[in-house]
Design a protein around this ligand. Structure first.
Ligand code: FES
Length: 96
């Protein structure tokens, strides 16, 4: 295994997990997870933060009942029920 510091100081992992149709459990894909991830990524780029804040796709983070879920680093913040109006605050918090 090789280890070295990541070339960016902050990251946000947005869940886009998709459950099969008919599943009794909700999923972030059906609640717009991919669209929120894409918008957050575009906002990061538009604000010149793309070298400081990396936006990634995540699998299930275990909070499916709460709406779209993401986790950010540093700080290990689990964010539940994310809406479009939360995205700027998320960027501001992780970018410092
Ligand atoms: S499907 Fe996104 S947290 Fe479970």
């Amino acid at each position: 295994m090789l280890k070295f510091p990541a070339p960016f100081p902050a990251s946000v992992f947005v869940c886009t997990h998709k459950r099969p149709d008919g599943s009794p459990k909700p999923c972030c894909a059906d609640r717009g997870g991919a669209e929120l991830r894409d918008e957050l990524k575009q906002m990061s780029k538009d604000q010149g933060l793309e070298t400081r804040v990396k936006i990634f796709t995540s699998g299930c983070l275990g909070a499916c009942e709460q709406g779209v879920t993401a986790v950010s680093f540093p700080g290990n913040q689990l964010m539940l029920g994310i809406k479009r109006e939360d995205l700027q605050k998320i960027l501001d918090e992780v970018a410092g």
